[in-house]
Design a protein around this ligand. Sequence first.
Ligand SMILES: [Fe+2]
Ligand SMILES: [Fe+2]
Length: 192
Amino acid sequence: MQKKRHGRSERLAEKWKHNYKKHRELNRRIKEVGHDILSSPNFRSTKQHIQHGNITVNAHCLSVARYSLALSRKLGVVCSEDELIRGALLHDYFLYDWHEKDEINPHRLHGFYHPGRALGNASKEYELTPIEMEIIRKHMWPLTPVPPMCREAWIVTMADKWCSLMETLHIHKGHGATVVESEKPKQEKKEK
Ligand SMILES: [Fe+2]
Ligand SMILES: [Fe+2]
C-alpha cells in the first residue's frame, strides 16, 4: 500500500515537473518573439485593467499567447509561431478599462467593437502582418460576423475563449489590477 502511494506521488511529481518545464519553454518563446511588445509602456499599462475575474488584460493576453502556442504544437498545426504569438499578445490591445462605464464610454458593445479598437492601436505602434491583423480583427468570432480566414486566427480565437471561460469561472486566478509606477496618471504624480 505504502509502495503504491509512493509510486503515485512520484508520478504526480514527474507530471508537475514536466508541466513546469513546458510552461517555462512557452514563456521563453513568447519573450523571444514579443520582447518589444512586452516591454512597451502601453502593453505594460494593461496591468492596470481587469479583463475577467481578477485577471488583468496583460495576464490574459500572455495566457492566450501561451495557450495558442501550446495548442498549435499539441495539434501539430503548421503555422507561423511568431505571428501567432504577436497576434495573441495584441489581440486585446484596446487600452481602456471596459468595466469603467461613463456617459461618453458606456462600453455596452465592448464585445463587438474592441477588436477594431485593438487593431487600430496596434497598427499605430507596430508593423503588423496580414496574419496578425486577421488574428486581432477576428478573435471575437462569432460575435463579429466574418470567421477567421487563417489557422493562426482560428487558434487564437479558440485559446481566447478557453482562457476567458477559465478566468470568468475563477479557475485561472490572478492578483488583480496593479498600478505600474511609470504609467500612473501625471496628475496623481504631481499631487504627491
Ligand atoms: Fe477580445
Ligand atoms: Fe481576449
